[in-house]
Design a protein around this ligand. Structure first.
Ligand code: BES
Ligand code: ZN
Ligand code: ZN
Length: 501
């Protein structure tokens, strides 16, 4: 689908679906102009249907060829003062769903009515285009008939027809950046949705290597023998149960000019989490191909660097392996030595995310010497119990970094909530026979305890841990732009964050 912004007259634009967003209590001048050609029909329908422009109200009206558009879609935005960028993102997704339901190939809309409440035309266009491309996403790689139908009926053009010429260039820029953010998110969704049999650690490494086509991006992939030489024994212990080779993947992006900062982002890349010998019950295992979602989001972020050209040097560090039970698998009770020399008693092999990330964090801090460090992981079911499917948990050692990240997450429409790293709970992961245990023997504060474990592997760098176990996977669709399956969560926050630095 291409989105085109131009100056012109919306009512005169040929399309299959002409979209009119309406603020509550206001019948726009545009509706009045069109209604003259429809002999007042729209006014009658609005009245009969008690359409006032409340948020969520929609109406579809056939034009009987009295204007060049086939149908008109009126969508209520709610009160003007309540219109936000997130509401625009959602409204644009609802528009796409309507277009798909009516097999409309060409959509026409004017975005200038959304430029209210001091919102900038560029930001309005950015979130509009994000919502459009995110809602248009479907995972059809494995489908037969449905894939063919989608190709036949797909939306081809979206025209943004504006009367205010001064908006056009900033809207064009917003549409372009929104498209980049959404495409990167959809790419991450594809990686997460691909079943574990086709998204092995080797496949993740292959995806990473493809990114070297981007100017400034380098990728180094370490195989198991090399990982052993590096001393990432905690990571290797998790990999020991799997037939699939594990890979430690280091991506780096260096800007052309002197970098404004050096950032390291570490990601959990468990391509399938069976739990290992502490095996998961079947109903908790069926979606565990999503346990590499953090790795997917890092790859999604890197994919944009040719276009967004960040000014910081950015490292991505991905620990990719399966977590499987077998005769060679890590056993509960085993003691392993991590990269930083700390010994870990593995009480539960299902708490494997922290075992791969602790090595990634310690390695990144020592070898990359970043100014700031973030890790992303589908780490704990406890994060889902606490915050549900739509909100990620975050915790860390730097209020400043936390604030930067929170701001980026708000711009992205990806909610995150801070949980405390309760120092007293660190006692709970002390082991009787090793330096620490990988789980605490209490059934509460699971996310904070995961964070406290990781904190032991960061010496001095300001660090933030983001547990995306909830929002990485959409079990039940709530947002109109995030269908069931991988969500690509955190790609857009990462992009706002790296651009803001
Ligand atoms: N990958 C899971 C966490 C997860 C659960 C992600 C649900 C997405 C959806 C993680 O490796 C795990 O199994 N964590 C355990 C930790 C526990 C043993 C301390 C959990 O949350 O049960
Ligand atoms: Zn697990
Ligand atoms: Zn896991």
């Amino acid at each position: 689908m291409t989105i085109l912004v131009k100056k012109g007259i919306l009512a005169a634009t040929p399309s299959d679906l002409l979209v009119i967003p309406v603020r509550e209590g206001e019948v726009s001048a545009l509706i009045k102009t069109i209604d003259q050609k429809l002999d007042g029909f729209i006014a009658d329908v609005l009245k009969d249907e008690e359409f006032t422009g409340k948020k969520g109200q929609t109406l579809i009206i056939h034009t009987h060829h009295k204007i060049p558009a086939k149908r008109i879609f009126i969508i209520g935005l709610g009160k003007e003062e309540e219109i936000t960028l997130e509401k625009i993102r959602r409204a644009s997704a609802i528009i796409i769903k309507q277009a798909l339901a009516h097999k409309a190939k060409r959509i026409a809309i004017s975005l200038e009515c959304l430029v209210v409440n001091k919102l900038k035309p560029q930001d309005v266009a950015h979130v509009f285009s994000e919502g459009v491309h995110l809602a248009n996403y479907q995972f059809l790689i494995y489908k037969g008939k449905e894939k063919k139908e989608w190709e036949k009926d797909r939306i081809t053009d979206l025209f943004c027809v504006e009367t205010n010429a001064s908006f056009v260039s900033s809207m064009k820029a917003g549409i372009a950046s929104g498209t980049i953010y959404a495409n990167a998110t959809n790419y991450a969704r594809n990686l997460v949705n691909t079943p574990a049999v086709h998204m092995t650690p080797h496949d993740i490494a292959k995806e990473a290597k493809k990114l070297t086509a981007i100017p400034g991006v380098k990728v180094r992939v370490y195989n198991e023998a090399e990982i052993r030489k590096l001393g990432l024994h905690s990571f290797l212990a998790v990999a020991s149960g799997s037939e699939e080779e594990a890979y430690f993947i280091h991506l780096s992006y260096t800007p052309k000019q002197k970098p404004t900062a050096t950032l390291a982002i570490c990601g959990k890349g468990i391509t399938f989490d069976s739990g290992g010998l502490s095996i998961k019950p079947a109903k908790y295992m069926d979606d565990m191909k999503c346990d590499m979602a953090a790795a997917a989001s890092i790859l999604g972020m890197f994919k944009t660097f040719g276009e967004i050209k960040p000014t910081a040097q950015i490292h991505g560090v991905i620990a990719a392996t399966e977590n499987m039970p077998s005769g060679t698998a890590l056993r509960p009770g085993d003691v392993i030595k991590a990269y930083n020399g700390k010994t870990i008693e593995v009480v539960d092999t299902d708490a494997e995310g922290r075992l791969v990330l602790c090595d990634a964090l310690a390695w990144a801090e020592k070898n990359l010497k970043p100014d700031l460090m973030i890790d992303l992981a589908t780490l704990t079911g406890a994060a889902i119990s606490a915050l549900g499917q739509e909100v990620a948990a975050m915790m860390g050692t730097s209020p400043e970094l936390m604030q930067q990240w929170k701001k980026a997450s708000e711009l992205a429409g990806e909610p995150m909530w801070e949980l405390p790293l309760v120092e007293e709970y660190a006692e709970l992961i002390k082991s009787p026979i090793a330096d620490m245990m990988n789980v605490a023997c209490v059934p509460w504060a699971g996310s904070s305890i995961g964070g406290l474990f990781l904190k032991e592997f960061v010496e001095k760098t300001p660090w933030l841990h983001v547990d995306i176990a909830g929002p990485a996977w959409v079990g039940k669709q709530i947002l109109p732009y995030a269908p069931h399956g991988g969500s690509g969560f955190a790609v857009r926050t990462l992009l706002h964050w790296v651009r803001g630095l």
